[in-house]
Design a protein around this ligand. Structure first.
Ligand code: ZN
Length: 226
């Protein structure tokens, strides 16, 4: 899961913006984070404002900037409106969620092997299940849930791009072609996995996806420097 830097409440003319209705925050969130679902990382035309703590249960944070992410319809509806404890999960705007999941072909996501600590593992697993990111394959998803298919397609596109990138006669400026394709497809995590040995491309991808937490490679899950 892409770790993100949402920043503090947006400021205009030296004053924090007024968020009277949560929808007021949407353009600012998209400006900071790009038009991606904060959980599944799909590129979506109209991401909705996602309340980390559901607004029906915690109306006091309905218009609180720090309670917002962006989400697609599938992640939003699977996460639902039940009471939840923030401490039971890792969150992309607070933790280094890059360290949690391994991305595989065919849209499969598993926990990363290096998660040895049973507490980390348990929280990572709950985070995976919170929005159904462990669902893939037609038997486990409905027709309406095409997130795993989009993830699988992104994986294929990234693999193709890598084989062009590593061939002897790649065109000048090919990194730009990769970042253009990646940002219009989404799934930063998938692209980083495929290009993990190509530092220049990893840097370009990270700079191209707005709001990516850029210390994902040298901090621990709590974002402390190692
Ligand atoms: Zn999603």
């Amino acid at each position: 899961m892409r770790a993100i830097d949402k920043g503090d409440t947006p400021n205009e003319d030296g004053e924090n913006i007024e968020i009277n209705e949560y929808g007021d925050a949407r353009p600012y969130l998209i400006d900071r984070l790009g038009d991606y679902c904060s959980y599944c990382e799909n590129q979506i035309t109209n991401p909705a404002v996602e309340h980390i703590l559901p607004k029906s249960i915690s109306p006091n944070v309905e218009t609180n900037w720090y309670n917002f992410l962006l989400a697609c319809v599938n992640c939003n509806s699977i996460k639902g409106h039940s009471q939840l404890n923030l401490e039971d999960y890792y969150w992309p705007d607070i933790h280094n969620t890059y360290l949690l999941f391994e991305y595989h072909p065919l849209g499969v996501i598993t926990l990363k092997d290096h998660l040895h600590n049973s507490v980390d593992k348990d929280i990572a697993q709950k985070t995976l299940e919170l929005t159904g990111l462990n669902r893939y394959g037609e038997a486990l998803t409905s027709d309406a849930d095409r997130r795993w298919i989009k993830r699988s397609e992104a994986y294929g596109k990234a693999e193709n791009a890598l084989s062009f990138y590593t061939c002897n006669n790649r065109p000048n400026g090919y990194i730009q072609t990769i970042t253009d394709l990646a940002t219009s497809t989404g799934f930063w995590s998938v692209w980083i996995k495929i290009f993990e040995n190509e530092i220049e491309v990893v840097d370009a991808l990270t700079n191209s996806f707005k709001g990516t937490f850029n210390k994902f490679d040298n901090t621990d899950i709590t974002r402390l420097e190692q």
